[in-house]
Design a protein around this ligand. Structure first.
Ligand SMILES: Nc1ncnc2c1ncn2[C@@H]1O[C@H](COP(=O)(O)OP(=O)(O)OP(=O)(O)O)[C@@H](O)[C@H]1O
Length: 238
C-alpha cells in the first residue's frame, strides 16, 4: 500500500508537488499520470526519500522509506534506467546490489530470467540499448521480491515485444497481491495496463479512481482515457 498525504515540495518559489494526497492499493496497478513537469518524478523521489518533503508524508506499507529496515525487500523502484555503472556487467551490477542487501546470488539469476536478460547478463551495462537498461532496472527493482513497485515510465525505450512483456509483468505482479505504481504519458498504453489512475497537474491531484469511472466521469460513456486525461489536464490545476 502506498499512502501519500498532503505531500508538498517546492523548488525555489515553484511548487513541484502541492498538497498531494492519494493511495495505491495492493493487488492493483495504479497509473500515475500527468503532463511533463506535473510532479510525478518528484513524488516518486519523495516516496524513496531521495527528496525531502516540505510538508506531508509519503508512506509505503505504513512507513516512510528512511524508517525501513530492509528497503529493497519492501519497495523496488525503476527511476532512471541510465543510473547504472556502465563498466559493470549486468550480473555484477545485480550481485553487488544483492550482496549489500543480504540477498542470495540465486535471486540474481532468478531476476535475470524474469526480465529476459539471460543472453546478455555477462555484457557490460554500458553497451546496453535503452530497452535492455530498462529491463536491468526492472531486474534490480525485483531483486528483493518487494510487495511494492514504483516504476517511472517503464515502457521508455522498449520495442513492441518489450511493451507487451512489461505490461504482462505488471499485471502478474499485481495479481500476486503487490502494489504497482507506474507513471506514464501514454494513455493508449495505460488503459491496457492499469486498474486505477491518479492524475496530477502542477503538483496537484486532478482525479483519482478506477479507469472506467474516470472515463465515464470526464469523457462520457463512449469516451476514452485519453479524452478524460486531456480534459482533466488541459485546464491546468491552479
Ligand atoms: N531539482 C530540481 N530543481 C528545480 N526544479 C525542479 C527540480 N526537480 C523538478 N523540478 C521542477 O519541479 C516540477 C515537477 O517536476 P517533475 O520532474 O517531478 O515532473 P514530472 O511529472 O515527473 O515530469 P516528466 O513527465 O517530464 O518527467 C517541474 O516544474 C520541474 O521543472
Amino acid at each position: 500500500m502506498i499512502e501519500v498525504c498532503d505531500l508538498t515540495k517546492r523548488h525555489g518559489s515553484t511548487p513541484a508537488v502541492d498538497a498531494l494526497s492519494f493511495r495505491a492499493e495492493p493487488g492493483r496497478v495504479t497509473g500515475f499520470l500527468g503532463p511533463n513537469g506535473a510532479g510525478k518524478s518528484t513524488t516518486l523521489r519523495m516516496l524513496l526519500a531521495l527528496d525531502r518533503p516540505d510538508r506531508g508524508h509519503a508512506l509505503i506499507d505504513g512507513r516512510s522509506y528512511v524508517r525501513m529496515r530492509d528497503p529493497l525487500r519492501t519497495v523496488g523502484a525503476l527511476l532512471d534506467a541510465s543510473s547504472v555503472h556502465g563498466g559493470r556487467t549486468a550480473r555484477a551490477h545485480l550481485r553487488t546490489l544483492a550482496r549489500t542487501h543480504r540477498i542470495p546470488d540465486g535471486r540474481v539469476d532468478e531476476v535475470i530470467g524474469l526480465t529476459g536478460l539471460d543472453g546478455v547478463a555477462g555484457r557490460r551495462a554500458g553497451t546496453f540499448s535503452l530497452g535492455m537498461r530498462q529491463r536491468l532496472g526492472i531486474a534490480a527493482a525485483l531483486l528483493g521480491d518487494p510487495a511494492v513497485l514504483l516504476l517511472d515510465e517503464p515502457v521508455n525505450g522498449l520495442d513492441p515485444e518489450g511493451i507487451v512483456w512489461i505490461r504482462t509483468l505488471m499485471r502478474e505482479l499485481a495479481a500476486e497481491g503487490r502494489t504497482v505504481l507506474v507513471s506514464s504519458h501514454l494513455m493508449s498504453e495505460a488503459v491496457l495496463t492499469v486498474d486505477q489512475v491518479v492524475v496530477i497537474g502542477h503538483g496537484r491531484l486532478l482525479a483519482e479512481g478506477d479507469v472506467a469511472e474516470i472515463v465515464r466521469t470526464y469523457a462520457g460513456p463512449a469516451g476514452s482515457l485519453e479524452e478524460a486525461y486531456l480534459r482533466l489536464t488541459s485546464g491546468g490545476a491552479r
